[in-house]
Write a protein that binds this ligand. Structure first.
Ligand code: VAH
Length: 317
Protein backbone atom coordinates (compact mmCIF):
# COMPACT_ATOMS: atom_id res chain seq x y z
CA UNK A 1 0.00 0.00 0.00
CA UNK A 2 1.51 3.38 -0.96
CA UNK A 3 -1.17 5.81 -2.07
CA UNK A 4 -4.47 5.21 -0.31
CA UNK A 5 -7.93 6.73 -0.66
CA UNK A 6 -10.16 6.40 2.42
CA UNK A 7 -13.78 6.92 1.37
CA UNK A 8 -15.83 7.82 4.46
CA UNK A 9 -12.76 9.22 6.24
CA UNK A 10 -14.81 11.21 8.78
CA UNK A 11 -16.93 8.28 9.98
CA UNK A 12 -16.52 6.04 13.04
CA UNK A 13 -13.86 3.81 11.41
CA UNK A 14 -12.55 6.19 8.75
CA UNK A 15 -11.59 9.03 11.09
CA UNK A 16 -9.18 6.78 12.98
CA UNK A 17 -8.08 4.58 10.08
CA UNK A 18 -6.99 7.60 8.01
CA UNK A 19 -4.78 8.86 10.83
CA UNK A 20 -3.33 5.41 11.52
CA UNK A 21 -2.47 4.93 7.83
CA UNK A 22 -0.88 8.39 7.68
CA UNK A 23 1.24 7.55 10.71
CA UNK A 24 2.14 4.04 9.58
CA UNK A 25 2.85 4.27 5.85
CA UNK A 26 5.90 6.47 5.62
CA UNK A 27 6.21 8.71 2.58
CA UNK A 28 2.75 7.84 1.42
CA UNK A 29 -0.28 9.70 0.36
CA UNK A 30 -3.45 8.98 2.34
CA UNK A 31 -6.33 10.94 0.88
CA UNK A 32 -9.27 11.68 3.20
CA UNK A 33 -12.40 11.23 1.10
CA UNK A 34 -15.57 12.79 2.47
CA UNK A 35 -19.04 13.95 1.48
CA UNK A 36 -20.33 17.52 1.76
CA UNK A 37 -21.71 18.08 5.23
CA UNK A 38 -19.18 15.70 6.78
CA UNK A 39 -15.99 17.63 6.15
CA UNK A 40 -12.72 16.62 7.89
CA UNK A 41 -11.64 18.92 10.73
CA UNK A 42 -8.60 19.47 12.92
CA UNK A 43 -5.72 17.01 12.64
CA UNK A 44 -7.56 14.94 10.02
CA UNK A 45 -7.77 18.01 7.76
CA UNK A 46 -4.31 19.36 8.59
CA UNK A 47 -2.34 16.11 8.27
CA UNK A 48 -2.92 15.29 4.61
CA UNK A 49 -4.96 15.77 1.44
CA UNK A 50 -8.76 15.71 1.49
CA UNK A 51 -11.19 15.46 -1.41
CA UNK A 52 -14.96 15.32 -1.82
CA UNK A 53 -15.44 11.63 -2.67
CA UNK A 54 -19.09 10.64 -3.01
CA UNK A 55 -19.31 6.95 -3.95
CA UNK A 56 -22.27 7.69 -6.25
CA UNK A 57 -20.09 10.03 -8.39
CA UNK A 58 -17.93 7.59 -10.38
CA UNK A 59 -16.21 10.19 -12.57
CA UNK A 60 -15.11 12.20 -9.53
CA UNK A 61 -13.75 9.07 -7.86
CA UNK A 62 -11.80 8.21 -11.02
CA UNK A 63 -10.31 11.74 -11.10
CA UNK A 64 -9.10 11.36 -7.50
CA UNK A 65 -7.57 7.92 -8.21
CA UNK A 66 -5.71 9.39 -11.21
CA UNK A 67 -4.66 12.60 -9.42
CA UNK A 68 -3.06 10.80 -6.45
CA UNK A 69 -2.09 7.55 -8.25
CA UNK A 70 -4.18 5.61 -5.72
CA UNK A 71 -3.29 1.92 -5.39
CA UNK A 72 -5.62 1.05 -2.50
CA UNK A 73 -9.20 2.16 -1.78
CA UNK A 74 -10.77 1.74 1.67
CA UNK A 75 -14.50 1.90 0.97
CA UNK A 76 -16.08 2.82 4.30
CA UNK A 77 -19.17 4.55 2.92
CA UNK A 78 -22.28 3.01 4.50
CA UNK A 79 -25.46 3.65 6.44
CA UNK A 80 -25.33 1.53 9.61
CA UNK A 81 -28.00 -1.04 10.42
CA UNK A 82 -30.67 0.97 12.22
CA UNK A 83 -30.34 4.01 9.92
CA UNK A 84 -30.42 1.75 6.86
CA UNK A 85 -33.77 0.35 8.03
CA UNK A 86 -35.13 3.89 8.07
CA UNK A 87 -33.56 4.76 4.67
CA UNK A 88 -33.34 1.45 2.76
CA UNK A 89 -33.12 2.93 -0.76
CA UNK A 90 -30.34 5.31 0.22
CA UNK A 91 -28.51 2.43 1.89
CA UNK A 92 -28.78 0.36 -1.31
CA UNK A 93 -27.55 3.27 -3.44
CA UNK A 94 -24.51 3.97 -1.26
CA UNK A 95 -23.61 0.39 -0.45
CA UNK A 96 -24.32 -1.25 -3.83
CA UNK A 97 -24.23 1.38 -6.61
CA UNK A 98 -21.35 3.02 -4.76
CA UNK A 99 -19.46 -0.25 -4.48
CA UNK A 100 -20.01 -1.03 -8.17
CA UNK A 101 -18.50 2.37 -9.06
CA UNK A 102 -15.47 1.62 -6.89
CA UNK A 103 -14.98 -1.90 -8.25
CA UNK A 104 -15.21 -0.69 -11.87
CA UNK A 105 -12.59 1.99 -11.16
CA UNK A 106 -10.42 -0.58 -9.39
CA UNK A 107 -10.74 -2.91 -12.39
CA UNK A 108 -9.72 -0.18 -14.85
CA UNK A 109 -6.91 1.30 -12.75
CA UNK A 110 -5.53 -1.68 -10.86
CA UNK A 111 -6.47 -0.64 -7.31
CA UNK A 112 -6.94 -2.98 -4.36
CA UNK A 113 -10.24 -2.53 -2.52
CA UNK A 114 -11.24 -3.04 1.13
CA UNK A 115 -14.98 -2.97 1.81
CA UNK A 116 -15.98 -3.99 5.35
CA UNK A 117 -18.72 -6.49 5.91
CA UNK A 118 -20.33 -7.12 9.28
CA UNK A 119 -22.00 -9.54 11.64
CA UNK A 120 -25.02 -7.96 10.01
CA UNK A 121 -24.36 -10.16 6.95
CA UNK A 122 -25.87 -13.04 8.91
CA UNK A 123 -29.56 -13.63 9.65
CA UNK A 124 -31.97 -15.61 11.87
CA UNK A 125 -31.22 -18.94 10.11
CA UNK A 126 -27.46 -18.59 10.57
CA UNK A 127 -26.03 -20.74 13.41
CA UNK A 128 -25.76 -18.22 16.29
CA UNK A 129 -23.09 -20.01 18.31
CA UNK A 130 -19.54 -20.25 16.94
CA UNK A 131 -20.85 -18.92 13.62
CA UNK A 132 -18.77 -20.56 10.84
CA UNK A 133 -16.81 -18.67 8.19
CA UNK A 134 -18.89 -20.31 5.43
CA UNK A 135 -22.55 -20.66 6.41
CA UNK A 136 -26.12 -19.58 5.69
CA UNK A 137 -26.44 -15.84 5.09
CA UNK A 138 -30.08 -14.71 4.83
CA UNK A 139 -30.23 -11.40 6.68
CA UNK A 140 -33.60 -9.66 6.96
CA UNK A 141 -32.27 -6.11 7.13
CA UNK A 142 -31.37 -3.88 4.19
CA UNK A 143 -27.99 -3.34 5.88
CA UNK A 144 -27.40 -7.10 5.97
CA UNK A 145 -28.63 -7.60 2.40
CA UNK A 146 -26.18 -4.98 1.14
CA UNK A 147 -23.37 -6.60 3.15
CA UNK A 148 -23.99 -10.06 1.69
CA UNK A 149 -24.33 -8.60 -1.81
CA UNK A 150 -21.13 -6.59 -1.29
CA UNK A 151 -19.28 -9.75 -0.28
CA UNK A 152 -20.52 -11.59 -3.36
CA UNK A 153 -19.85 -8.68 -5.75
CA UNK A 154 -16.35 -8.17 -4.35
CA UNK A 155 -15.56 -11.89 -4.73
CA UNK A 156 -16.96 -11.73 -8.30
CA UNK A 157 -14.59 -8.88 -9.22
CA UNK A 158 -11.69 -10.88 -7.79
CA UNK A 159 -12.51 -14.14 -9.57
CA UNK A 160 -13.63 -12.64 -12.91
CA UNK A 161 -11.27 -9.65 -13.27
CA UNK A 162 -8.52 -10.30 -10.72
CA UNK A 163 -9.34 -7.16 -8.71
CA UNK A 164 -7.61 -7.48 -5.32
CA UNK A 165 -10.71 -7.23 -3.11
CA UNK A 166 -10.50 -8.09 0.60
CA UNK A 167 -12.89 -7.70 3.53
CA UNK A 168 -13.60 -8.52 7.17
CA UNK A 169 -16.94 -8.99 8.92
CA UNK A 170 -16.65 -6.43 11.71
CA UNK A 171 -18.39 -7.01 15.02
CA UNK A 172 -19.82 -4.03 16.88
CA UNK A 173 -16.99 -1.50 17.09
CA UNK A 174 -16.26 0.45 20.26
CA UNK A 175 -14.26 3.66 19.99
CA UNK A 176 -13.41 6.61 22.24
CA UNK A 177 -12.82 8.96 19.30
CA UNK A 178 -15.73 9.21 16.86
CA UNK A 179 -19.24 8.27 17.93
CA UNK A 180 -21.00 5.56 15.87
CA UNK A 181 -23.71 6.66 13.48
CA UNK A 182 -26.91 4.73 14.11
CA UNK A 183 -25.97 1.11 14.56
CA UNK A 184 -27.48 -1.68 16.60
CA UNK A 185 -24.30 -2.08 18.65
CA UNK A 186 -24.00 1.63 19.48
CA UNK A 187 -25.19 0.92 23.04
CA UNK A 188 -21.78 -0.58 23.78
CA UNK A 189 -20.21 2.83 23.11
CA UNK A 190 -22.95 4.98 24.67
CA UNK A 191 -22.77 3.02 27.94
CA UNK A 192 -19.16 4.14 28.55
CA UNK A 193 -20.02 7.81 27.95
CA UNK A 194 -22.93 7.55 30.40
CA UNK A 195 -20.76 5.86 33.03
CA UNK A 196 -17.95 8.41 32.80
CA UNK A 197 -20.42 11.34 32.78
CA UNK A 198 -22.24 9.91 35.80
CA UNK A 199 -25.54 9.43 33.96
CA UNK A 200 -28.03 6.61 34.49
CA UNK A 201 -27.74 4.67 31.20
CA UNK A 202 -30.95 3.65 29.36
CA UNK A 203 -29.95 0.44 27.58
CA UNK A 204 -31.96 -0.21 24.38
CA UNK A 205 -30.90 -3.86 24.08
CA UNK A 206 -32.31 -6.56 26.37
CA UNK A 207 -30.22 -8.52 28.88
CA UNK A 208 -29.18 -11.86 27.43
CA UNK A 209 -28.64 -10.44 23.91
CA UNK A 210 -25.09 -11.45 23.02
CA UNK A 211 -23.21 -9.88 20.09
CA UNK A 212 -19.61 -9.96 18.92
CA UNK A 213 -17.75 -6.77 19.77
CA UNK A 214 -14.29 -5.29 19.14
CA UNK A 215 -12.26 -2.34 20.36
CA UNK A 216 -11.43 0.09 17.54
CA UNK A 217 -7.62 -0.32 17.75
CA UNK A 218 -8.08 -4.00 16.90
CA UNK A 219 -10.47 -3.16 14.05
CA UNK A 220 -7.92 -0.76 12.54
CA UNK A 221 -5.18 -3.37 12.90
CA UNK A 222 -7.36 -5.91 11.08
CA UNK A 223 -8.24 -3.49 8.25
CA UNK A 224 -4.54 -2.82 7.61
CA UNK A 225 -3.20 -6.32 8.22
CA UNK A 226 -5.61 -7.96 5.79
CA UNK A 227 -4.57 -5.57 3.00
CA UNK A 228 -0.91 -6.34 3.71
CA UNK A 229 -1.46 -10.10 3.90
CA UNK A 230 0.29 -12.46 1.48
CA UNK A 231 -2.38 -13.07 -1.21
CA UNK A 232 -1.07 -16.59 -1.85
CA UNK A 233 -2.18 -17.57 1.68
CA UNK A 234 -5.76 -16.27 1.29
CA UNK A 235 -8.34 -18.98 0.73
CA UNK A 236 -11.15 -16.53 1.53
CA UNK A 237 -11.35 -12.85 0.65
CA UNK A 238 -14.81 -11.38 1.08
CA UNK A 239 -15.33 -11.67 3.88
CA UNK A 240 -13.46 -12.93 6.95
CA UNK A 241 -15.14 -13.46 10.33
CA UNK A 242 -13.12 -11.60 12.97
CA UNK A 243 -13.99 -11.07 16.62
CA UNK A 244 -12.46 -10.14 19.99
CA UNK A 245 -15.22 -10.67 22.52
CA UNK A 246 -18.92 -11.42 22.91
CA UNK A 247 -21.08 -9.92 25.66
CA UNK A 248 -24.59 -8.86 26.59
CA UNK A 249 -25.57 -5.61 28.37
CA UNK A 250 -25.25 -7.18 31.84
CA UNK A 251 -21.67 -8.32 31.22
CA UNK A 252 -20.46 -4.94 29.97
CA UNK A 253 -22.35 -3.19 32.80
CA UNK A 254 -20.54 -5.36 35.36
CA UNK A 255 -17.19 -4.72 33.66
CA UNK A 256 -17.80 -0.98 34.06
CA UNK A 257 -19.00 -1.37 37.69
CA UNK A 258 -15.61 -2.84 38.59
CA UNK A 259 -14.14 0.59 37.80
CA UNK A 260 -17.09 2.96 38.39
CA UNK A 261 -18.99 1.36 41.32
CA UNK A 262 -21.83 3.91 41.37
CA UNK A 263 -22.68 3.47 37.68
CA UNK A 264 -26.41 2.89 37.12
CA UNK A 265 -28.18 1.30 34.13
CA UNK A 266 -31.82 0.51 33.36
CA UNK A 267 -33.49 -0.91 30.24
CA UNK A 268 -35.48 1.12 27.68
CA UNK A 269 -36.21 -1.40 24.96
CA UNK A 270 -35.75 -0.33 21.30
CA UNK A 271 -37.77 -2.82 19.23
CA UNK A 272 -35.98 -1.97 15.95
CA UNK A 273 -32.48 -2.50 17.31
CA UNK A 274 -33.55 -5.51 19.39
CA UNK A 275 -35.04 -7.28 16.36
CA UNK A 276 -31.82 -6.67 14.42
CA UNK A 277 -29.64 -7.81 17.33
CA UNK A 278 -31.71 -10.99 17.75
CA UNK A 279 -31.00 -11.90 14.11
CA UNK A 280 -27.23 -11.60 14.47
CA UNK A 281 -24.76 -14.20 15.79
CA UNK A 282 -23.96 -14.49 19.49
CA UNK A 283 -20.34 -15.28 18.70
CA UNK A 284 -18.43 -15.93 15.48
CA UNK A 285 -15.69 -18.46 14.70
CA UNK A 286 -12.73 -16.47 13.32
CA UNK A 287 -10.27 -19.37 12.87
CA UNK A 288 -9.92 -18.76 9.10
CA UNK A 289 -8.70 -15.18 9.64
CA UNK A 290 -6.27 -16.45 12.29
CA UNK A 291 -4.94 -19.19 9.99
CA UNK A 292 -4.88 -17.31 6.64
CA UNK A 293 -3.48 -13.91 7.70
CA UNK A 294 -2.56 -14.11 11.39
CA UNK A 295 -5.52 -12.24 12.90
CA UNK A 296 -5.33 -11.94 16.71
CA UNK A 297 -6.99 -9.24 18.84
CA UNK A 298 -5.02 -7.29 21.47
CA UNK A 299 -7.97 -6.15 23.60
CA UNK A 300 -10.51 -8.08 25.65
CA UNK A 301 -13.46 -6.62 27.60
CA UNK A 302 -11.41 -5.77 30.70
CA UNK A 303 -8.51 -4.08 28.89
CA UNK A 304 -10.92 -2.24 26.59
CA UNK A 305 -12.94 -1.01 29.58
CA UNK A 306 -9.83 0.29 31.35
CA UNK A 307 -8.68 2.09 28.18
CA UNK A 308 -12.13 3.49 27.33
CA UNK A 309 -12.71 4.89 30.83
CA UNK A 310 -9.23 6.44 30.93
CA UNK A 311 -9.62 8.00 27.47
CA UNK A 312 -13.16 9.32 28.10
CA UNK A 313 -12.23 10.78 31.50
CA UNK A 314 -9.50 12.70 29.69
CA UNK A 315 -11.71 13.67 26.73
CA UNK A 316 -14.76 14.73 28.78
CA UNK A 317 -13.04 16.56 31.63
C1 VAH B 1 -24.19 -1.58 13.38
N1 VAH B 1 -22.03 -1.02 14.37
O1 VAH B 1 -24.57 -1.82 14.52
C2 VAH B 1 -22.68 -1.47 13.14
C3 VAH B 1 -22.11 -2.80 12.78
C4 VAH B 1 -21.77 -5.08 13.54
C5 VAH B 1 -22.54 -3.88 13.73
O2 VAH B 1 -22.35 -3.16 11.48
O3 VAH B 1 -24.93 -1.46 12.44
Amino acid sequence: MKNVLVIGSTGQIGSELTMKLRNEISGSMVVAGYVKGAEPKGILLDSGPAEVADVTDASRLAEIVDKYKIDTIYNLAALLSAVAEAKPLMAWDIQMNGLLNILEIAREKGCAVFTPSSIGAFGPSTPHQNTPQDTIQRPKTMYGITKVASELLSDYYFSKYGVDTRSVRFPGLISNVTLPGGGTTDYAVDIYYAAVEGRDFACPIQAGTFMDMMYMPDALKAAIDIMNADPSKLIHRNSFNITSMSFDPEIIKNAILRHIPDFKMHYEFDPVRQAIADSWPDNMNDSCAREEWGWKPDFDLESMTVDMIKALKNKLK
